[in-house]
Design a protein around this ligand. Structure first.
Ligand code: IGP
Length: 270
């Protein structure tokens, strides 16, 4: 079994446990259930310059410990002040050291769209995402059959949540894309081997139909890469480790946004 298959097997057990502990009726009673969703898709579209989605990520299977000291509430405020378009919060505990509570903490601080980052395999997790205050969910093509992905995407749409579908290849794009998806993310990291290359985003850019917002995910380290990918059609950029490995992720994020601005408007600094 590769790491992704192992995670999916574990998720099934976790979801079964969560369903026993917290029935759907209880999720639906959460105060967040009634809040108005802030569309991730529209927020990215409205920003005509590169839209950064900054991630809260304590650790990962590929990198191990990244930052265990910072708190999601503080980082959410700092990312928002830095000028990000949205924030992604990893809610998987075993592999990423996250928790649904992290997303709740972020939600209480900010009014930018929040992406629940997890391995979604069951409609229950979508209802849970809404109950903790998320605005969008991630569906990973490599974890789901085309039909499963479509059903989950349709469920998310019914609950008003935007769907970011993650692909890593042309084959996944062609087999899994459906009308309930609003954003397509190309993961530069192969989740089976952990190899990272932004060539994946460069290659797939023109294959994503224009009605979908395009995002490039993972391994992004420099403003120059962002500008290159923006030119080939990516509007959003999901960045975790580059910010989180700093002792002050908000500051690192702010400096990153400034260097993108400087590359795009060199005259503004004169
Ligand atoms: O920390 P990075 O390399 O900037 O990557 C962020 C994000 O793209 C990555 O965390 C991610 C992309 N797809 C995922 C799926 C599951 C877990 C994590 C991810």
């Amino acid at each position: 079994m590769n790491i992704l298959e192992e995670i999916v097997v574990r998720k099934r057990t976790e979801v079964a446990g969560a369903k026993r502990n917290t029935p759907v009726s209880e999720l639906e009673a959460s105060p967040f259930f009634k809040r108005e969703i802030i569309s991730l898709k529209s927020s990215i579209e409205q920003r005509h310059s590169p839209a950064i989605i900054a991630e809260f990520k304590r650790r990962s299977p590929s990198k191990g410990e990244i930052n265990s000291r910072v708190k999601p509430a503080q980082i959410a405020k700092d990312y928002q002040n830095a000028g990000v378009t949205a924030m992604s919060v990893l809610t998987d505990t075993v592999s990423f050291g996250g928790a649904t509570h992290d997303l709740i903490m972020a939600r209480q601080q900010v009014n930018i769209p929040l992406l629940r980052k997890d391995f979604m395999i069951d409609p229950y997790q979508i209802i849970e995402a809404k109950a903790i205050g998320a605005d969008a969910i991630l569906l990973i093509a490599a974890c789901l059959s085309p039909n499963q992905l479509k059903e989950l995407a349709q469920t998310a749409q019914q609950y008003g949540l935007d769907v970011l579908m993650e692909v890593h290849s042309q084959a996944e794009l062609e087999s899994h894309l459906n009308k309930y998806v609003s954003i397509v993310g190309v993961n530069n990291r192969n989740l089976k081997t952990f190899d990272v290359s932004i060539d994946t985003s460069l290659k797939l850019a023109e294959l994503i139909p224009n009605e979908f917002v395009k995002i490039s995910e993972s391994g992004l380290k420099s403003a120059k890469e962002i500008v290159t990918l923006h030119k080939v059609g990516y509007q959003g950029f999901l960045i975790g480790e580059t910010f989180m490995k700093s002792s002050d992720p908000g500051k690192s994020c702010q400096e990153f946004l400034q260097s993108i601005d400087q590359l795009l408007n060199p005259k503004a600094t004169l």
